[in-house]
Design a protein around this ligand. Sequence first.
Ligand code: HAM
Length: 430
Amino acid sequence: MAKNLQAIRGMNDILPDASPRWAALEAAVREVLGSYGYAEIRFPIVESTELFRRSIGEVTDIVEKEMYTFADRNGDSLTLRPEGTACCVRACLEHGLLHNQQQRLWYAGPMFRHERPQKGRYRQFHQIGAEAFGIDGPDIDAEMICMTARFWQRLGLGDVRLQLNSLGSAAARAAYRERLVAYFEAHADALDEDSRRRLASNPLRILDSKNPAMAPLLAEAPLLIEHLDAASQVHFERLRELLDAAGIAYELNPRLVRGLDYYSRTVFEWVTDRLGAQGTVCAGGRYDGLVELLGGRPTPGVGFAMGIERLLGLLEADAEPAAAGAPQAYLVTVGAAAELAGLVLAESLRDALPGLRLQVNGGGGQFKNQLKRADRCGATWALILGDQEVADGSIGVKALREDEEQIRLPRAHLTEWLRARLPARSGSTA
Ligand code: HAM
């Protein structure tokens, strides 16, 4: 027997019983984004490898070991997008969206990283992200953070905490880097292998090490926040003032450095203790040098992205949202003539009632079996067309969730009968 084909490890199917939860989360987030004036942008899932190398940084976990990179049939090196910020900047530059104008944008979709799969960490995962361009003040950083706080409020997530740090300007970081290298070199024997390698290429990332043996060394390391340039310091102070005024609580985390190289100044993460090691549900920050790095004029940028799987993981324990997808009506058709009349009836109902969720029996079958299917799919009513109904222009209606007698209506009255019983939106003829 042929071997069953399976999904790629770390890449998940989202089955029909789960998708209403995805849709509800996406709808809530989309609504909040709209209320802050953010517009949707969509870009391809595949980009040139060079885009990610340049923006995320050569010496990062993502570029070094996690990208899905392949040569296409022309021999060009392409990569499945591991994140959206680089793609968003590329698209904005390509279409001239950053010329003397501000942009507030959002995007949603799958991202790909070849990480070791575990709960909350997948190889295809989904983000909703937002990016704002052309605004260098901390007011926009505060707006982004307020907006994310509003997502959690809307979704009913009470237990995510905000962590905040500033990475300063590129120059301040370069000076700090030297200090840090000197410190680690003085304690070279305490470095693990990964850190020794990073010492030459990306010493800041050593601070991110999760190796417990490194913890005492890291605890004593000099902190970037103590060596910020004056302008970044003012920027950060003002951001804190704005967040305080908005009533947004945060923890300062001087060790928050993020895993992508493009950040400068503000960085933040929303974390929870409920998801074990994969506790960051949303992360972002400012990247004032990225647009220039990718060939544009110097343009400040700031943004974040949240992991949908992780947010849904948090919501899982909470109440299930009502199953929004169940059909309202199921059309039972017995016999060839009824099948034909049923098709015509179903199409005319959909014309008249655009929001109606109507499922038509497929593949024939006995009356009893069709009714069973109607019941199983969660429909409120079974609409019944048999030989007799076809002959006399009527339709049977059986309430499936209430203990009521089956009724028979002239078929011409069915639209009005349904309209009177459907929620306002699905009964409209607009
Ligand atoms: P990131 O921290 O790499 O940042 O990812 C953002 C979020 O995506 C994470 O906090 C997490 O919730 C989710 N995530 C990341 N990797 C995985 C995975 N393997 N499985 C499940 N969820 C995952 C970025 O991607 C930046 N582009 C964010 C940003 C936008 N910064 C500025 N603008």
